[in-house]
Design a protein around this ligand. Structure first.
Ligand code: ASP
Length: 435
């Protein structure tokens, strides 16, 4: 029989997962899915998370240390950071413009707003309290780990990135006096071994993705009437976020790929499908990172020298989708509270949401926690997030796809500018499953 590429299996599994979740919800059997199918999804996510922290450490140290000349390192690092900041600011601006045009929230009356807030009171309290005390300054100070091993153990990615970058730089400097080759090669080998683990784990992707989606849908559909009400009330808001994400993905990444990276869009999409499907199913760019690296290197042909540095950094600090969503959410919540954001406040949203998205951990739902910082900055009541929590998971899935695609686009641009992009040969989804 004809062999089917892995991404097709993942797609089929996604559809089957949605169907299974809907069936279970309609038959009042959500509990079955949550008890028996959810653990399978959790197992798959754990496998991906298991390799994410060591991968960031090994690949960043190897990536930085192999850029043996400090000038090259500065150049690649500079380009990467500038592109990340610029694309995130553009994303938030697009979010604000689309929100200004579509004005989501204008038709939500005080009664509906109150009932939305009331039904998510508990979740709102939990989110607001987990964000309590998180200030921008704390975020900056917190980047430096007092104990890197603790940072590794607790998967504090920003801190792990900081330590890995410093270790890489130190090894580069040391290489002028000592033979650092064996240790750099060891880090490189470990990073390659982890990528091999991705290949193995991806065989389970269809099963994992099926379970993840069945769980999400069963959870959402536990109270179908409430869900219908919620979707109706928040449709405008959701469409605004989705439209913003599509515009950013198509126009900004399209232009960057075409004119800066000079990578055919078709090739980019074909290579990135597994990572995008996984980002959608898992809502975690951190868990998707190993697959992103594989797709970008093997499918698009970006040299390891660039990808091993740009992608782990991007998964941690670059979140265009999250920033864009925070922009729209801020306008939406402000509108429901009857506040009109001034130009100065909107500019503040761009700056704070850019910084907040850097501090957002690459796991599900954290974008909403960081949204409280943006709301606090412009004086919008934090409890307002209760309005949007009900549909957050769906939007989280979509914004994570953009987060991951943004990292890959920047990797292509940086690689092209350094002439470090080759013809791709083999990618995760070319590994086929046949019967
Ligand atoms: N789930 C997003 C990510 O992992 C972060 C967020 O927006 O909550 O990229």
């Amino acid at each position: 029989m004809k062999k089917l590429a892995l991404h097709w299996w993942i797609l089929i599994a996604m559809v089957a997962g949605v169907g299974c979740g809907m069936l279970a919800a309609n038959a009042g059997q959500s509990a079955f899915v949550l008890t028996w199918i959810r653990p399978v999804g959790t197992l798959f996510m754990n496998l991906l998370k298991m390799i994410a922290v060591p991968l960031v450490l090994f690949s960043l140290v190897a990536g930085v240390a192999s850029l043996d000349d400090m000038r090259k390192m500065g150049r690649i690092g500079g380009k990467t950071i500038v592109l990340y900041i610029v694309t995130t600011s553009i994303a938030i601006t697009i979010g604000l413009i689309v929100a200004a045009i579509l004005k989501p929230g204008g038709d939500i009356g005080p009664e509906l707003a109150e009932s939305l807030r009331a039904s998510f009171q508990q979740k709102t309290d939990a989110t607001v309290s987990s964000a309590k005390g998180v200030s921008m300054l704390d975020q900056v100070v917190g980047i430096v780990p007092t104990n890197p091993f603790q940072a590794l153990a607790q998967a504090q990615m920003l801190q792990v990135v900081f330590f890995a970058l410093m270790l890489g730089i130190a090894l580069t400097k040391l290489s002028q006096k000592r033979n650092t080759k064996p240790i750099v090669e060891t880090f490189q080998l470990l990073s390659d071994a982890i990528i091999e683990m991705v290949m193995i784990i991806m065989w389970l992707a269809p099963i994992g993705v099926f379970a993840l989606l069945a769980t999400v849908i069963a959870e959402l559909g536990e109270d179908p009437d409430k869900m219908k009400q919620l979707l109706g009330a928040l449709l405008g808001y959701m469409l605004t976020v989705l439209l913003g994400l599509v515009i950013h993905g198509v126009v900004i990444y399209g232009l960057l790929l075409r004119f800066v990276a000079k990578v055919p869009i078709k090739k980019f999409l074909k290579a990135m499908v597994p990572a995008q499907l996984l980002a959608f199913s898992s809502s975690s760019s951190g868990a998707t990172l190993p697959v992103t690296i594989n797709c970008v290197e093997k499918g698009i042909g970006v040299d390891e020298e660039v990808s091993s540095f740009v992608l782990p950094l991007g998964a941690t600090i670059n979140m265009d989708g999250t920033g864009l969503y925070q922009g729209v959410a801020a306008v939406f919540i402000a509108t429901v509270y009857g506040m009109d954001l001034t130009f100065a406040q909107q500019a503040e949203v761009v700056v704070t949401a850019s910084l907040a998205s850097i501090g957002t951990a690459a796991v599900p739902g954290v974008g909403t926690v960081m949204l409280t910082i943006v709301l606090g900055q412009i004086g919008v009541p934090l409890e307002g997030i209760g309005l949007i929590l009900g549909v957050d998971r769906i939007l989280d899935m979509c914004r994570t796809v953009i987060n991951v695609s943004g990292d890959a686009t920047v990797a292509c641009c940086v690689a092209r500018s350094e002439d470090l992009i080759h013809e791709g040969d083999r990618t995760v989804h070319d590994d086929v499953i046949s019967d």
